[in-house]
Design a protein around this ligand. Sequence first.
Ligand SMILES: CC(C)(COP(=O)(O)OP(=O)(O)OC[C@H]1O[C@@H](n2cnc3c(N)ncnc32)[C@H](O)[C@@H]1OP(=O)(O)O)[C@@H](O)C(=O)NCCC(=O)NCCS
Length: 172
Amino acid sequence: MTGEIAFRRAVSSDEQDIFQLYKNVARLPGGIAREEDEVDPGYISHFMLQSLNRGLEVVAVTPSGRIVGEIHAYPPGIKVFAHAFSDLTIVVDPEFQGKGIGRNLFREFLRIVETEFPEILRVELVVRESNEHALRLYESLGFKVEGNFEYRIKSVDEGYESDVPMGWIRGR
Ligand SMILES: CC(C)(COP(=O)(O)OP(=O)(O)OC[C@H]1O[C@@H](n2cnc3c(N)ncnc32)[C@H](O)[C@@H]1OP(=O)(O)O)[C@@H](O)C(=O)NCCC(=O)NCCS
């Protein structure tokens, strides 16, 4: 199944498909920080512009051409942070989750960082503490937990939970 999935750099004409993908992912609570009604075209076009111009965006595509996964990150835009990729988000369509696509997509992303972005020394992300399989996935790819932002993010229930900052360092 996942052997048929191809990974490639995103292009601007992917925008509509990526918008639909994020809508599908946001429908399920407990994953990305946005709810479905907060996934609007402006959000998608902003991160795509930043990622395509200054950062990296990779998509996972089925043999029929459907985009079922996406990952992006880019430097914060200030010279002192120019060696870091930040604002990272990874999503896999709910129908395709748990099949190894997210792991292979992230591996491909880091392979491109290592080979084509020598100036990038650090990749950072934040994950809610209850998203345990995502947290373990990132650890297995070389990310380390760097702290704990307590009460930062609303839980699926009425409470709040920690957001966990994680970092990947080139060569570590
Ligand atoms: C997080 C996400 C990108 C992972 O992608 P995926 O294709 O589902 O993950 P994979 O199939 O590659 O699995 C990665 C690991 O997580 C585990 N895993 C995946 N889904 C799981 C689930 N529902 N429950 C428990 N473990 C799970 C797998 O066992 C795998 O570990 P292994 O390789 O050691 O066996 C995807 O689930 C997703 O889009 N979730 C919603 C959005 C989100 O949370 N994004 C991250 C925000 S920080």
